[in-house]
Each structure stands twice: as C-alpha cells, then as structure tokens.
Design a protein around this ligand. Structure first.
Ligand code: SF4
Ligand code: SF4
Length: 111
C-alpha cells in the first residue's frame, strides 16, 4: 500500500488533490489527481481514495482502510467512478509524495 491514510484526521481541505495534479500536469485541478477526497454532506460521510496502478483503489474511510479490487464497486460511501478515469498513483516516482508533503493534518504518510 503506497500511501497510508488516517482519514479521521482529514479536514477536507483538498490540498492533496491539487498537489497531485500540479506534480502530474502543472495545473491545479482536482479532476487530474490520483487521490480523491469524497464528501457527502447529506450523509455526513467523507473519505479519501487513491487509485493504484493495477486499477485497485485504496479507500480511506471512517470505518477503516480497505482495498477495493479493480472491477468491484463499493456499496456504501464514496462513489469511485470519477477516479477510475484518472491516472494511477505512481508514488511520485520515488520523490517525496506531494500529497503527503502538503497535507496539513498529517492524514497521509508514506507506506
Ligand atoms: S503519491 Fe504522488 S501520485 Fe500518488 S496520490 Fe500522492 S501526489 Fe498523487
Ligand atoms: S490534504 Fe490531508 S487534510 Fe487535506 S483533504 Fe487531503 S488528506 Fe485531507
């Protein structure tokens, strides 16, 4: 598991998404990041997910960490469709992961 997620520390700032997209594409857009924040205000639900190179997903959720295998769908919480269309996390190709470096809540760490 490349990046560890302690989602209960997450304050929903979205900086990890922007740091990932900037490192990847030199733009600040959550739509191009390999890490995705999921917020569902109606259900008071939140989480952070990362797409792995084999299309598996690491789901960081209040219930705990889970690896969702490619092709599986989650019955609760975060919808994974948007992140499946993006580039997979390459762990910043050996550099210090940008998402880890920018996270102000120490929610993310290198595995
Ligand atoms: S480790 Fe790098 S590529 Fe992976 S989610 Fe974080 S910033 Fe993006
Ligand atoms: S940078 Fe950290 S605190 Fe902010 S949304 Fe990402 S994981 Fe949560």
């Amino acid at each position: 598991m490349p990046i560890r997620i302690e989602v209960l520390r997450c304050m929903g700032c979205g900086l990890c998404e922007l740091a990932c997209s900037y490192r990847r594409e030199k733009v600040f857009t959550a739509m191009r990041s390999s890490i995705m924040l999921h917020l569902d205000d109606k259900r008071n639900y939140f989480g952070v997910m990362i797409k792995l190179p084999n299309d598996d997903l690491v789901l960081g959720r209040p219930e705990g960490l889970e690896v969702q295998l490619a092709g599986q769908s989650s019955e609760d919480g975060a919808g994974a469709k948007p992140i499946l269309l993006r580039e997979a996390c390459d762990e910043c190709a050996g550099d210090r992961p940008h998402c880890v470096a920018i996270c102000p809540a120490e929610c993310l760490s290198q595995g």
